[in-house]
Design a protein around this ligand. Sequence first.
Ligand code: GTP
Ligand code: MG
Length: 295
Amino acid sequence: MNHRSGFVNILGKPNVGKSTIMNALVGEKLSIITSKAQTTRHRIMGIVNGDDFQIVYSDTPGILTPKYKLQESMMNFVNTALTDADIILYVTDVTEKDRDDTGYAEKIIGSGIPVIVAVNKIDLTNQAELEIITAVLREKFTEAPVIPVSALTGFNLDTLLNAILSRLPEGEPYFPKDQLTDRYERFFASEIIREKILLNYQKEIPYSSEVEIDSFRDEKDLLSIRAIVHVTRDSQKGIVIGHKGEKLKLTGTQARKDMEDFFGKKVFLELYVKVTKDWRDKPQVLKRFGYRNNE
Ligand SMILES: Nc1nc2c(ncn2[C@@H]2O[C@H](COP(=O)(O)OP(=O)(O)OP(=O)(O)O)[C@@H](O)[C@H]2O)c(=O)[nH]1
Ligand SMILES: [Mg+2]
């Protein structure tokens, strides 16, 4: 049989479990996961190889109506992913209420690209409810298989994988077969820190924070990393640092432990907090942080 290969772009509203699904399908924690919406801000590739296939997944930010430039850039990642997919894996979950207040499902259907719909988090519902949800989706996505899954328990991910494989176009691999992702170590280091910020802080702090890796030195037995947490306003700096620096210290310790697992090495991590006023709306700063905007 000929070799097959293609881009499977994972799209859907925030918090439905896109990143959890990609990590489960790839078998590595490439994307950070939290219970807060808008955890993913970039497009992150995860590559899975078989003897006769290569699947290039792209995890993307959740679809939303942008309110500031950072979110515009997040939606640019989504829009590109809509145009360069061989297969769109549209993820929804059993708790998503208004299934399409952005009108994006229509855009996906109208793209003419083969779609697979995954209904995630079925561990949170029962058969009767699930049947109602899938019926509504089948009515909307008439050409697409609608596959109930639980990324958390792994339930039915094999069916999802088979649906992907059966639609994968013929072609040579796009990436070397030992390559796992398109991102560098620095990116994963910054994301691991951001995950802990999402976890440890409430209200606007997670949405106002960005992590920049200031230096990343690989010293044989030790990774030495210095990172800056950028916040948008003066008042946020103290909150991030916390009383006697305890909160930032906790965040750093948690991040360091995860990094040691991820990189398989001892890590020395220094964290600083800096106010970079309104960074979320400044094109030059956003560019430095790895976001693109259509200007
Ligand atoms: N119960 C249950 N929870 C899940 C499942 N899959 C993901 N979650 C949880 O749902 C939350 C969101 O998961 P993510 O994978 O970060 O969702 P996302 O769609 O990537 O979210 P954004 O990046 O914000 O767009 C996390 O708390 C996950 O643990 C599932 O199958 N069952
Ligand atoms: Mg995500």
